[in-house]
Design a protein around this ligand. Sequence first.
Ligand SMILES: [Zn+2]
Length: 321
Amino acid sequence: MQIWQKLIAYIKKKRDKGYTVMVVPNFQGTTKSLNIPFFLTIFLFCLLVANFYFLFRYPWRLLKISQQEQKIDQLCDIIARQERDLKQINPSIEKTHEMEERLNNTNKLIAEIRETLNSILVKAGQSRSASRGYAYRPISLPSYNLSSADNDLTRLEILNANLEFVEKELEKSEERLEKLYADLKAFNKELDYTPTIWPVYGRITSGFGYRIHPISRKHDFHRGIDISARKGTPIRAAAGGRVVRANFYGGYGWTVIIDHGYGYRTLYAHNRNLVVRQGQYVSKGQVVAYSGDSGNTTGPHLHYEVHVNGKPVNPTTYLWQ
Ligand SMILES: [Zn+2]
């Protein structure tokens, strides 16, 4: 309240006062005077201040405006570029559909290879190793209903969703391939230790199973096959493994028995001489003996046995190569 009273008193005091501006010429002439009331003085002063404010502010604004104009130009360039890029979205979405088709073809191939491998494993008598693998089921990209109101940005979202889908499916296919490769490698290793090759090539003179014994002339069970071979023919390990017997073995004569692991053992009998020792590791195809007619035999030949988990099986099942 006091401030207002003071202000009103001040205005009352100053109301009738003012300033006189005198223009005095420096030549012969009259001196001119101009009376300026106090409030006009204040008004003119305010005008001057405002004038200065705008005077200095304007160039600064101009500078700002020109900077912003540059920015607008840059933004226009960016927008033009983005519009061009956005036009690429439709071809890119098309591409994800191509990728979907190729993924399906790849998955189909993986399933077929898996099936073939299983079939080979069954033929090799290793159906236990046959993996159920994976049954082919076509994959399809998520579908969207696009209306005419949907703009390029919606399409960009679709593109990103499709790419994410393809990436996930690709990961799954990679896993299937890795599993397939691991199974193939395991089978390959197992084959090295499966008696699949002929220890010696020749005519099979006596098969596996019940027969009349050539010497005793009695019915007996032939635990292997006889392969005719001239004396001194190299006898090869039907698979890699460890020699568990290499000595004279009664009626078998000079005999080699190899343990191949995976439940497989092979026996090579009636040899003339042996070239491996018990405990020695041999590889598939390595010469272990030379054929002969040692033990109970009517003539030089190889008596060959294959045992699976301790039981003699027909070796011809395994004579692949
Ligand atoms: Zn025999």
